[in-house]
Design a protein around this ligand. Structure first.
Ligand code: TXE
Length: 500
């Protein structure tokens, strides 16, 4: 077997120092899709050393804003050039549909362009009035340094780009570790960064597992910032590992997101159809493997029976299959582990008293192609409540739970009854209620009469255990910068605090 070179250190593609390799599986048939280098501590240390040298001695942190913005724009153009190839890679690696892969490439292109525009349109600093004409005081923003990035498997290209684009715009160097389950699009993106002219050592990739590669990045004394997207358990470990060197930590840890539907939103046939359609989309796109998935339907009791019946009817008709097949609406789960996790949550919910309205099992092998993939039927669980693990914990599977409310206060209380706080939606035709409820939800994004859209200009991140910090928007850039106050005395004189 020839050595697989998916580790990128100081401008060179190379195999793991140990020679170890990993098979990447196609979740649609559980067969080998690709081989990648399985990096270890030695590879991680070499990548951090390259990023450190590039930051301390290289040109990148000192390039002009215009040069950095131009590079980001070239990357955006290259992403569009390779749109089909990257979308296909992402579809085969994650299981999502090809069309979802294309949407990801377009979104990521917009993110690179947004951060290019953002840095170009900024002033060079913020002049502060120091109360004296003899003082010039200004706050400037400088890069943090070496940034470690650890990304998960559900949106590999997107999550990498939300970190890489602002980090580079701000003048940092980085080491990224993509998920060991879905590393392929990150490798492609790194190739585009090289093609766009990123100097050697500025961007480095180490393919490998959470422990040791991610763990080493989080604890490494030469890393200044670690930005992690993934599960709560691993995020907590990253924060603990980062504490010893007091590095900056940014965490995006998912959510348990409420989709609140008031009866008035269903008063017309059109309103009802839209709310049901969007509830399906909220919960089942990418088989529910979305940090902002609307996995908790919280519905006013007067419309619940009709709404849930229609939801279940349509969920049963979602066409499962390989994401690259025409007509397929939903792909498989990403791995055997995610499939097993989904099965566990459904079994626990049924044991705790939930009623199954549809799904609840893997599709019959005769009904699905390829039969060996990690498929699970979209599942609606009625009569759920906040004591159930399926309602409290992030399942990351195609499971929608149903809870009901009577009053607006009850709806808000249910929607906020989660240790997470990433996103949520409210459906109502009452404009006053829409704004009242949106104002009371303790979630980082609130949609009114919509679900899932996000904008590169608007911050993304969560309250509570959904994480620390924000991606996208001006705050997404500031994660990667240190403010520095420069105070210049234009007419220095002795202060005479001490008499002698
Ligand atoms: O994620 P992990 P897993 C949630 C979702 C899912 C659960 C577990 O509920 O079922 O997390 O998924 C790296 N130090 N989300 O186990 O482990 C790992 O290699 C440093 C939500 O696959 O969190 C990968 O690169 N890094 C989420 C990344 O962390 C470590 C998306 C994420 O993997 C590490 C994915 C360690 N000790 C899962 N251990 C979202 N917020 O969108 C693992 N990693």
């Amino acid at each position: 077997m020839s050595a697989v070179e998916t580790i990128h250190v100081n401008g060179a593609w190379q195999p793991a120092a140990s020679g170890a390799q990993r098979e990447v599986l196609d979740p649609a048939d559980a067969k080998t899709l690709a081989l990648v280098a399985e990096g270890g501590v030695a590879d991680t240390d070499a990548a951090v050393a390259a990023a450190r040298r590039s930051f301390d001695e290289g040109t990148w942190p000192r390039t002009t804003v215009a040069e950095r913005a131009a590079l980001l724009r070239r990357v955006a153009d290259l992403l569009q050039r390779d749109r089909e190839a990257i979308a296909l890679t992402e579809s085969r690696d994650t299981g999502k549909t090809l069309e979802e892969g294309r949407v990801d490439v377009d979104d990521v292109t917009n993110a690179f362009r947004y951060f290019a525009d953002l840095v170009m349109n900024e002033s060079g600093g913020r002049v502060v009035d120091a109360g004296s004409p003899d003082v010039h005081s200004v706050v400037v923003y400088e890069p943090v340094g070496v940034c470690a990035m650890i990304t998960p498997w559900n949106y590999p290209l997107l999550q990498a780009s939300w970190k890489i684009a602002p980090a580079l715009a701000a003048g940092n160097t980085f080491v990224i570790k993509p998920s060991e389950v879905t590393p392929l699009s990150t490798v492609h993106l790194m190739k585009l960064l090289v093609e766009a002219g990123l100097p050697a050592g500025v961007g480095n990739v180490v393919t490998g597992s959470g422990d040791p590669v991610g763990a080493r990045l989080a604890e490494h004394p030469d890393v200044d910032l670690v930005s992690f997207t993934g599960g709560l358990a691993s995020g907590t470990k990253v924060m603990e590992a980062a504490a010893a060197s007091v590095k900056k930590v940014a965490l995006e840890l998912g959510g348990k997101n409420p989709n609140v539907v008031f009866a008035d939103a269903c008063a017309t046939e059109e309103g009802f159809d839209t709310a049901v359609d969007q509830a399906l989309n909220a919960a089942f796109i990418h088989s529910g493997q979305v940090c902002s998935a609307g996995a908790r339907l919280i519905i006013e009791d007067s419309v619940r029976d009709r709404f849930v019946a229609e939801l279940a009817r349509r969920a049963e008709r979602i066409k499962l299959g390989r994401g690259t097949e025409p007509g397929v609406e939903c792909g498989p789960l990403v791995s055997a582990a995610q499939l097993a996790k989904t099965e566990r949550y459904v079994a626990a919910a049924l044991a705790e008293g939930a009623s199954l309205r549809c799904g609840g099992s893997r599709p019959e092998p005769s009904q699905i192609r390829p039969a060996t993939g990690y498929f699970y039927s979209p599942t609606v669980l009625d009569h759920c409540h906040g004591e159930m693990s399926v309602v409290r914990e992030e399942t990351f599977g195609p499971i929608l739970t149903v809870e009901t409310f009577h009053t607006e206060d009850e709806a808000v209380a249910l929607a906020n009854d989660t240790e997470y706080g990433l996103a949520g939606a409210v459906w109502t035709t009452d404009a006053g209620r829409a704004r009242r409820v949106a104002g009371r939800l303790r979630h980082g994004t609130v949609w009114i009469n919509d679900y899932h859209p996000y904008l590169p200009q608007a911050e993304w991140g969560g309250f509570g255990k959904s994480g620390i910090g924000r991606e996208l928007g001006p705050s997404g850039l500031n994660e990667y910068r240190e403010p520095k106050h420069i105070y210049q005395n234009l007419a220095p004189r002795p202060v005479r605090w001490f008499g002698g």
